[in-house]
Design a protein around this ligand. Structure first.
Ligand code: UD1
Length: 340
């Protein structure tokens, strides 16, 4: 298929592009490079030994987007582009409405103009907030705790309504849990321009001696060891979920469209201490840590029921926490060697 990938130089977009190229899809990436580097494009090509078309473009630039669709006949759009920092979204909520919500509306309008009626959208498990029931199902209660989560949920609702008005559209909304890891080659991983405050980037800082110790935010949660629990998923498993979603859309050839939501995680909850321990063990590196206060806005635990994705998309995560920790360190070590 001829696939347009928005945000294709970001962490998830770049790894998904590798998975798509492996299945011989034709990929065009658009990205405004606001939080990703052009080097990622070379890395994608080095890993996949294939060429990718790249256009530096901001989705808010309606003219440029129109021109792109006029020149190319895309079969489907996979829409990753967007801002993704919870903290920043609290400081600058409007940025999230523009960059995430408004750009998605523009994209859908241009797609309609050029008769492209299939889209896979990157949503997030962040829409569940503090889970009302666990494991989380697609039907679980949504609870919006910050503007980032709100922006993702608005887009989901927009596409749901959009599909009701445009019944032949085929839409998949993927709610990602916590992607970590890197491609097993060690040639590509997560490299944002602005560092973010997620757990794995901090573990890597400690492992590479950039930081003395890791702060563990709270050990008094109602979980087995008291630390937060998340459904960490290997980035390549997550990438494969997009290939499966694309196959799902292609195999539903009939005239009737749909708008389906799928949770994408491993189905297992891993605690912060469990991750520290696994990382230390598989990489033989000590990760000193100190327990500090809870981080405001954090939920105690979050992991998904995987049955719907398994049944409908015929997809499930294959890699375990050791794979995630080993692959992410392989990538980080290669970066450290390069910079020395
Ligand atoms: C965060 C975002 C979430 C987003 C997700 C994307 C917040 C409040 N939530 O989720 O909206 O979808 O990233 O990946 O920012 N931890 C430490 N020490 C650290 C960093 C994290 O103990 O230095 C703990 C946290 O308290 C949490 C766990 O590690 O229990 C995971 O944290 P993180 O990687 O930031 O992910 P989320 O909180 O799930």
């Amino acid at each position: 298929m001829n696939v347009l990938v928005t945000g294709g130089t970001g962490f998830i977009g770049s790894h998904a592009t590798i998975a798509l190229l492996k299945k011989d899809h034709d990929v065009t990436i658009v990205d405004n490079l606001s939080n990703s580097k052009i080097d990622t494009l070379r890395a994608i090509e080095n890993v996949s030994l294939k060429k990718v078309r790249f256009i530096e473009l901001d989705l808010l630039d309606i003219k440029a987007l129109d021109c792109l669709f006029k020149k190319n006949k895309f079969d489907i759009v996979i829409h990753f582009a967007g801002s993704k920092s919870v903290n920043e979204s609290i400081e600058k909520p409007l940025k999230y409405y523009f960059n995430n919500v408004y750009s998605s509306i523009i994209l859908s309008q241009i797609m309609k103009k050029y008769d492209v009626k299939k889209i896979i959208f990157s949503s997030s498990a962040t829409v569940y907030g503090e889970p009302a029931d666990i494991p989380l199902k697609e039907s679980s209660k949504v609870s919006i705790l910050n503007p980032y989560a709100a922006s993702k949920y608005y887009i989901e609702n927009y596409f749901r309504e959009y599909q009701k008005q445009n019944k032949d559209w085929k839409i998949i909304l993927l709610r990602y849990f916590n992607p970590i890891g890197a491609h097993e080659s060690g040639l590509i991983g997560e490299s944002p321009k602005v560092p973010h405050n997620n757990l794995m980037p901090y573990i890597l800082k400690v492992a590479s001696k950039e930081s003395e110790y890791l702060q563990v935010f709270g050990d008094d949660y109602d979980t087995e060891d008291g630390t937060g629990v998340r459904d960490f998923i290997h980035i390549m498993d997550l990438a494969e979920a997009h290939v499966s979603s694309l196959d799902f859309i292609s195999s539903n050839q009939g005239p009737d469209g749909f708008c389906n939501i799928f949770n994408i995680g491993t189905g297992k909850g891993y605690s912060v201490l469990e991750i520290i321990e696994t990382f230390s063990k598989v990489n033989n590196i000590e990760i000193p840590y100190k327990i500090v206060d809870r981080r405001p806005g954090d939920v105690s635990q979050s992991y998904t029921d995987v049955s719907l994705a398994k049944k409908s998309l015929n997809w499930k995560a294959k890699k375990d926490l050791s794979d995630m920790c080993r692959d992410v360190w392989r990538w980080k070590s290669s970066q450290l060697k390069k910079n020395n």
